[in-house]
Design a protein around this ligand. Structure first.
Ligand code: EPU
Length: 436
């Protein structure tokens, strides 16, 4: 498969597509399976590269994975786990940050774990300090080796009281995956409460874990000695749903997203409506469509749940290039998630970046010289260009821009998009896009 796609833009996307389980839950549920001494079944699993990556990581640790693409059913047999070496893990993980989440489950089940040098999308520094601090507090011993970090827990892992300085998704997952089998009680304050985390908590509960969620972002986990496998259906990928919704808006199209669930899309739907987009909610999915009149500008800040997701920001910015007037976007989750707008400007957009917090939330990046606010002036017709995908969400956003632009664009490095968008080429064709 070539790593670029030609997009003959200027056509409205119309039709129906199906979105399956959330990348950012499915990968974590597969890691949770490692905690179970009996096999697990995960349903609604999409065919994306992150699923392949975690499948290989599980297999490397002695847990064979069987995935049926058609039905989306994945079985993992985690009854007998073994150790894997850092070099092999790094080779299979590629740029994924998932290996760090394997540590708690592996320490519980086999007493050791390895973290190779980590990658992930280039959207900021993306440190792992919270993760390591949490693991050490539980009692893990961390040593630096030639290929990465080696972890052991000679005295077992014991429950902790912890407060996150920022409600990090990954750090909350790290703590959950470690606390469920740690001795005693763990409490976490300032936890992330994204729907994907709620689904992970439900999965762990099915396995036999005891977790309570308080109204003030606090979690309490009572450790248990053993967990069993689970049978669970993944929630829909709300980032993918939002991405297609923005594609409908930017191309003046009309897309029915089968599988989209209103309850996970609340903030997005409000913003979509304020921009002037229309939607119809049904029990099978959500139809998103352009109103046929001018789109309106908005002021928007990304935030942790229940705010506007940072992952919706990039596709929404492309749609906002078509709104009449000045829109303001303040990115408060990642310090470096607006760099993708440079290519949009080459295509004719007018996006200006600022170091200041352009919004009432004083975020962590305000005084730190990061261009994390944008002013978008529209509507600007977009012209075709040759563009290279910088990261997963930025990449899909470039596809949207190319679809909205007059002429033929070449979007390269699209392999990154396969990490999180199932069959996106086929879906584009099904929606009437001219791509080859
Ligand atoms: N952070 C730290 N130290 C840490 C961990 C995080 O400072 O040890 C900071 C990060 O640098 C960032 C902020 O905390 O500024 C939030 O990061 P978080 O830990 O919440 O993100 P994550 O767990 O690494 C997940 C998703 C991201 C999504 C974020 C926020 C996965 C695999 N990734 O990342 O998804 O943007 O939560 O919702 O679940 C994507 O799907 O394209 C993607 C990047």
């Amino acid at each position: 498969m070539t790593d670029s796609i030609r997009v003959h833009g200027g056509r409205a996307l119309r039709g129906e597509i199906h979105v399956r389980g959330a990348k950012n839950f499915v990968s974590k549920a597969m890691v949770a399976a490692l905690l179970g001494s009996t096999p697990s079944t995960l349903r609604n699993v999409p065919q994306i590269r992150d699923v392949e990556v975690v499948s290989s990581l599980l297999s490397l640790h002695g847990a064979p994975v069987d995935y049926d693409v058609e039905t989306g059913v994945l079985h993992a047999d985690t009854s007998n786990l073994t150790t894997a070496d850092a070099f092999q893990i790094a080779q299979h993980a590629g740029s994924s940050r998932i290996p760090i989440l394997l540590c708690g489950p592996l320490l519980h089940r086999i007493g050791e774990a390895v973290i190779p040098d980590l990658g992930g999308c280039r959207i900021g520094d993306r440190p792992i300090d919270f993760h390591l601090d949490i693991l050490k507090k539980f009692g893990a011993q961390v040593e630096e080796g030639p290929d990465g970090l080696y972890l052991t827990a000679p005295n077992g892992l014991k429950g902790i009281k912890y407060e996150l300085s920022y409600p990090s998704v990954g750090a909350t997952e790290q703590l959950l995956l470690t606390a469920v089998m740690a001795e005693g009680i763990t409490t976490l304050h300032n936890a992330a409460v994204e729907p994907e985390i709620k689904d992970l908590i439900d999965t762990l509960q099915t396995m036999g874990a005891i977790i309570s969620v308080d109204t003030d972002r606090s979690l309490t986990i009572e450790g248990v000695k053993e967990l069993r496998g689970f049978d669970h259906t993944a929630l829909t990928d709300r980032i993918e749903v939002g991405s297609w919704a923005c594609a409908a808006l930017a191309t003046k199209g009309d897309i029915f997203v089968r599988g989209a669930q209103q309850r996970h899309m609340g903030y997005f739907l409000n913003v979509f409506r304020k921009v002037g987009g229309e939607f119809d909610i049904t029990s099978d999915g959500i139809r998103f469509y352009h109103p046929g009149t001018e789109l309106k500008p908005i002021a928007l800040q990304t935030d942790v749940h229940p705010g506007f997701m940072t992952d919706w920001q990039q596709p929404m910015v492309v749609a906002l290039t078509q709104a009449t007037g000045l829109s303001i976007v303040h990115e408060t989750v990642y310090e470096n998630r607006l760099g993708f707008t440079g290519a949009l400007n080459q295509m004719g957009a007018q996006v200006q970046l600022f170091r200041e917090c352009l919004g009432d939330k004083q975020c962590r990046f305000g005084q730190l010289n990061f261009q994390h606010s944008a002013v978008i002036s529209g509507p600007t017709p977009l012209a075709a260009a040759d563009i290279e995908v910088p990261d997963l969400r930025g990449g899909f956003s470039y596809l949207i821009a190319a679809l909205a632009a007059e002429g033929t664009s070449t979007v390269s490095n699209i392999g990154i998009i396969d990490r999180g968008y199932e069959n996106f080429r086929e879906k584009l064709t099904a929606l009437g896009a001219a791509v080859d």
